[in-house]
Design a protein around this ligand. Structure first.
Ligand code: AMP
Length: 219
């Protein structure tokens, strides 16, 4: 089974993705994490992606699609995957369908997590990431037990360059420009599910994950 997570940066895609991937025994593939790994390891791909990422712009499709295509060939994708942050353009969505078609699979569900932008801006400002294992914390709602230290692996937490306010604004603008065509794409394919979440509707990422799992298990 392949599940695609749509939703703005900061909508909780990472948390939802991690939970459902673990519970449904699917690989969790985050293109943002893959790019950050490449940056950290100073690979050629990382060097090509850096400038786009630092500015909150999308990395060009040919780089991103190639990277995802390689990742889909890993052994852990045997049962399928939760794709977090891919596709972000219609061209990526079309390529994904083609890649999955080759392995007799398809996108079974496109989950759009809909959180109001004002809540998202605040969430991202409070967000800290682990240098070691990429775990994400919210310093107000989900702080680590020891300030600045990851509960899971003990590494230091930091604020990503692209979580700083100026870049966040640009990431949200980029998202707004491209979201509609993806939502339309998956609506037409009859795989789109939209879940409103956030403080105002009283629904957390954990609630969304539980609802998705129920949907999958009752199919
Ligand atoms: P994320 O952690 O998913 O918000 O991704 C961080 C950054 O990685 C984005 O702002 C983009 O620069 C880049 N990125 C991640 N996924 C994609 C994608 N599917 N297409 C293009 N760029 C991406």
């Amino acid at each position: 089974m392949f599940i695609v997570l749509l939703g703005a940066p900061g909508s909780g895609k990472g948390t939802v993705g991690e939970i459902i991937a673990k519970d449904l025994k699917l690989a969790h593939i985050s293109t943002g994490d893959l790019f950050r790994e490449n940056l950290k390891n100073k690979t050629e791909l990382g060097k090509k992606a850096q400038e786009y990422m630092d500015n909150g712009e999308l990395v060009p499709d040919e780089i991103t699609i190639g990277m995802l295509s390689d990742r889909l060939k890993s052994d852990d994708v045997i049962n399928g995957a939760v794709l977090d942050g891919f596709p972000r353009t219609k061209a990526q969505a079309i390529s994904l369908d083609e890649m999955l078609n080759k392995i007799d699979a398809k996108v079974d569900m496109a989950l759009n997590i809909d959180v109001p932008f004002d809540e998202i801006v605040e969430r991202i400002a409070n967000r800290r990431s682990c240098m070691g294992c990429n775990e994400i914390y919210n310093i107000v709602f989900n702080p680590p037990k020891i300030e600045g230290i990851c509960d899971k692996c003990g590494a230091q937490l930091y604020q990503r360059e692209d979580q700083k306010p100026e870049v966040v604004q640009n990431r949200l603008e980029v998202y707004s420009r491209t979201a509609e065509e993806l939502i339309e794409y998956y609506k037409k394919a009859n795989t789109l599910i939209t879940k409103k979440a956030g403080d105002k509707v009283g629904k957390t990422s954990y609630d969304v994950a539980r609802e998705v799992e129920e949907l999958v298990n009752n199919k």
